[in-house]
Ligand binder design. Structure first.
Ligand SMILES: *[C@@H]1O[C@H](CO)[C@@H](O)[C@H](O)[C@H]1NC(C)=O
Ligand SMILES: *[C@@H]1O[C@H](CO)[C@@H](O)[C@H](O)[C@H]1NC(C)=O
Ligand SMILES: *[C@@H]1O[C@H](CO)[C@@H](O)[C@H](O)[C@H]1NC(C)=O
Ligand SMILES: *[C@@H]1O[C@H](CO)[C@@H](O)[C@H](O)[C@H]1NC(C)=O
Ligand SMILES: *[C@@H]1O[C@H](CO)[C@@H](O)[C@H](O)[C@H]1NC(C)=O
Ligand SMILES: *[C@@H]1O[C@H](CO)[C@@H](O)[C@H](O)[C@H]1NC(C)=O
Ligand SMILES: *[C@@H]1O[C@H](CO)[C@@H](O)[C@H](O)[C@H]1NC(C)=O
Ligand SMILES: *[C@@H]1O[C@H](CO)[C@@H](O)[C@H](O)[C@H]1NC(C)=O
Ligand SMILES: *[C@@H]1O[C@H](CO)[C@@H](O)[C@H](O)[C@H]1NC(C)=O
Ligand SMILES: *[C@@H]1O[C@H](CO)[C@@H](O)[C@H](O)[C@H]1NC(C)=O
Ligand SMILES: *[C@@H]1O[C@H](CO)[C@@H](O)[C@H](O)[C@H]1NC(C)=O
Ligand SMILES: *[C@@H]1O[C@H](CO)[C@@H](O)[C@H](O)[C@H]1NC(C)=O
Length: 645
């Protein structure tokens, strides 16, 4: 960056003056003040005015000059071959988007057929290139809209634009032209993550983070050019952008990912944005009447020391005893509020359940020992940068999330694609435990079900493996229940706990489960399993785990044993639902109390050679398994036939 350049920004305290920060008009001290703005009454009609009159130039859905949006690219992203010391994204002020710790020399000799097999059949991925966070999901005029962080140029992170797709069921997506490209100074370095808010009068507000021409993180406003267009093809960036710049005391690259807004009884809208103070993760609250002028609330919605930068904060109500989702603004009745942060330091999505006090804009966790970032996670596997939205079409709250590749960047470039999104999940409060959420694949995925096979009370003795004859096992929806039959054994309780070192780590009450994406000779296999531990004082704890360690013979693939504790209540069996889709395995335990997404890159267990097995590596119990297994169709995700409308 040219440090001699005079900018319209004032420097942040303790920062390089060239690290540009907000213009004085937007600048408000964040801590230790109590400025009450003269109560300016901006009615929502002002938004109507702004939006209907659409100030300034119309949006460029696809830039007229294809290369226009590349003109501000910093040199650091200009090449695909780079030094392996700094991960992609770091220099640009966003969390690491590559993992330069593998020696590329040891790479497996992949064939094109192996690479092709890895592409998923019913998970959302772009036709090619890099994808990360889901953005601004919404339902409008019969269509679910998905926007996403996308690199139109390559299978690695960079040149971030908003990709766009629609579907009527969140499974059969249709690709649309790019929604927003980095073509303005306030997002020249990337059109980063954002959220949609649907206003009561039908308008759509899109707030997103732009990385400016000087790599400052600012918040911008955009809106559809034509609300009558069900496909929302054209987006207008507000001429007065940015509408928010980092407040005093907040680093210029620590200010991103505005949430969906919610409205209070005072008629004001609120949004929250994640950041950090030193190593304390925080979420700030802004109020607004018109989505153009904002007031920073004095004090944070919540903070947790030691959790670092909070990205992609999400904040929403859940019904304590309901089967429906709630609109983001609902704040009465028997509800709780979920606060979620994506932890930049660990690349994990953590949530906590608590109470929101709108009177002072704070949120308090039910249980401080499992506060945001130190307790529950949405997904105990590979999963990040998730976002929910309220689906007014079916009265449900839907969770979308990003799952990255765990092979090498070099191989991603050979495949010409990287990363995908999970199957959208409905989110409910678990009224049985009262301590966690329940996540479940949207019911629409059941439309992909083809033929099925049922197995009832299959005995799997301690230390055995039972093949399940269902043919090719690369696209499956598996529902399985296990019952434990204690053996009359003198053996004292084996102390092994947690997921151990994977399924090879035997103990009295586990592991038992299924082996997915396994070849006949079990030279490659991915166990998804339960392990029960019984302490001498009779405390029974159940772990749900997925073990990637033998999933591929390729040495360079990142492999891990994932998992954690899952509540199993009296009278419940050990139950799991597992979605297998080539290189991704999504596993749900106990009706969605715990979820694990794994990535697998087998070399043998592919195409017709992929099989499914039951296994029981417990030393002290037999198990009986009851299963229903569906073969799943592909979603045949393809471009929207725009020429046919
Ligand atoms: C890949 O193939 C090359 C050339 O055939 C060979 O030298 C190398 O050892 C192989 N690598 C692995 C991991 O098998
Ligand atoms: C970004 O776009 C430029 C211009 O098309 C291209 O040269 C560069 O490789 C791209 N960077 C990445 C990381 O895709
Ligand atoms: C960034 O854009 C602003 C607004 O157009 C301009 O004033 C500034 O000079 C630009 N900075 C650089 C480094 O180009
Ligand atoms: C807005 O979209 C509707 C529905 O697609 C279309 O009929 C109309 O012509 C569009 N209006 C403009 C100004 O493009
Ligand atoms: C951050 O750390 C510095 C040095 O330890 C300290 O002086 C400062 O008060 C801290 N800032 C905040 C907001 O906690
Ligand atoms: C916010 O209000 C609630 C309820 O009145 C209260 O319990 C809490 O202590 C308040 N928090 C702060 C930070 O003032
Ligand atoms: C992506 O995968 C790598 C393993 O290759 C992991 O270390 C990293 O944290 C992952 N990133 C995210 C955002 O999940
Ligand atoms: C939910 O409702 C059921 C039936 O009315 C009741 O037994 C249960 O305790 C309720 N759960 C919570 C968390 O209130
Ligand atoms: C589906 O049908 C095929 C062909 O008849 C059969 O081989 C396969 O086992 C069936 N799959 C399931 C899950 O039932
Ligand atoms: C658990 O049992 C296995 C098999 O009997 C044994 O190899 C292992 O050492 C035991 N672990 C502990 C912690 O006792
Ligand atoms: C069960 O444990 C044994 C001993 O560690 C191991 O050799 C075997 O591969 C395990 N079985 C499975 C299915 O992981
Ligand atoms: C756990 O251990 C206690 C006491 O040692 C015993 O009463 C109980 O049946 C055991 N639970 C299971 C699930 O085996």
């Amino acid at each position: 960056m040219d440090t001699t350049n005079n900018t319209s920004y004032a420097p942040l305290p303790g920062e390089d003056p060239s690290a540009a920060v907000p213009p004085p008009t937007h600048r408000r001290p964040f801590k230790g003040f109590a400025v009450i703005f003269p109560s300016v009454i901006f009615l929502l009609s002002l938004v109507t005015l702004v939006i209907n009159q659409g100030p300034g130039s119309p949006p460029k859905t696809v830039p007229e000059q294809p290369d226009h949006h590349h003109q501000y690219r910093p040199a650091s992203t200009s090449s695909e071959t780079r030094s392996f010391s700094v991960p992609r994204g770091k220099l640009e002020g966003v969390s690491a988007k590559s993992y330069p710790h593998f020696s590329e020399d040891a790479s497996y000799n992949w064939t094109n057929a192996m690479f092709s097999w890895q592409r998923t059949a019913f998970h959302f991925q772009p036709e090619k290139n890099w994808i990360n966070d889901p953005n601004g999901p919404l339902f409008h005029k019969g269509w679910y809209h998905l926007f996403y962080q996308y690199n139109p140029d390559s299978a690695v992170w960079g040149n971030i634009t908003w990709g766009h797709a629609v579907s009527t069921d969140m499974i059969h997506w249709l690709y649309l032209p790019l929604a927003m490209v980095p073509d303005r100074w306030f997002d020249a370095n990337g059109v980063w993550t954002g959220s949609a808010t649907l206003l009561p009068d039908g308008q759509i507000i899109m707030l997103y983070t732009g990385s400016t021409n000087e790599s400052v993180q600012v918040q911008n406003l955009a809106y559809p050019a034509n609300l009558s267009d069900p496909l929302l093809l054209d987006w207008v960036k507000y001429e007065g952008n940015p509408i928010l710049t980092p407040p005093s005391g907040i680093g210029s690259t620590d200010f991103r990912d505005p949430t969906t807004a919610w409205i209070g009884p005072d008629g004001k809208w609120r949004i929250t944005i994640g950041s950090k103070f030193n190593t304390t993760g925080i979420s700030m609250v802004y109020t607004t009447n018109d989505f153009i002028n904002y007031e920073l609330h004095n004090g944070v919605l919540h903070e947790v020391p030691g959790t670092g930068m909070w990205e992609c904060v999400d904040f929403y109500p859940v019904a304590i005893n309901g089967s429906k989702g709630l609109d983001t603004s609902v704040n009465s009745g028997r509800i709780k509020h979920v606060l979620k942060a994506s932890l930049d330091d660990t690349k994990l999505d953590h949530y906590a359940i608590g109470t929101y006090f709108i009177e002072n804009e704070t949120w308090v966790p039910d249980d401080p020992t499992i506060d945001v970032g130190i307790g529950l996670r949405y997904d105990y596997g590979r999963y990040y940068a998730s976002k929910t939205f309220y689906d007014q079409n079916k009265d449900r709250r839907i969770l979308l999330g990003w799952v990255n590749e765990t092979d090498t960047e070099t191989d991603d470039l050979k495949k010409h694609w990287a990363s995908l999104h999970t199957i959208p999940r409905t989110v409910l409060f678990d009224s049985k435990t009262g301590t966690n959420l329940l996540q479940w694949p949207v019911e629409e995925i059941e439309d992909l079900r083809l033929n099925s096979t049922e197995f009832t009370d299959v005995l799997v003795e301690a230390g055995t493996i039972v093949p399940l004859d269902i043919g090719t096992a690369t696209q499956l929806d598996i529902s399985v229940d296990f019952k434990i039959e204690s053996l009359d054994t003198e053996e004292s309780v084996n102390g092994s706990s947690g997921c151990g070192d994977g399924a090879v780590d035997r103990s009295t009450f586990g592991p038992f489960g299924i082996l997915v994406i396994a070849d006949e000779s079990l030279s490659e296999l991915t166990p998804v399993y339960f392990r029960v531990t019984n302490s001498t004082d009779g405390d029974v704890t159940t772990y749900f785990c997925a073990d990637e360690s033998r999933s591929s013979k390729a040495p360079e693939v990142f492999k891990q044993v994932y998992g954690g504790k899952v509540p199993v209540l009296d009278g419940e069996t050990y139950s799991a639902r597992v979605l297998v889709d080539h290189s991704i395995v999504e596993s749900y335990a106990q009706g969605g109390r715990m979820v694990i997404s794994s990535r697998v890159y087998p070399t043998e267990a592919i195409y017709g050679a992929a099989r499914l097995f039951l296994f029981n590596n417990a030393t002290g119990v037999n198990v009986k398994a009851t299963l229903k297994i569906w073969r799943l169709n592909s979603a045949f995700i393809h471009p929207f036939p725009l020429d046919q409308i």
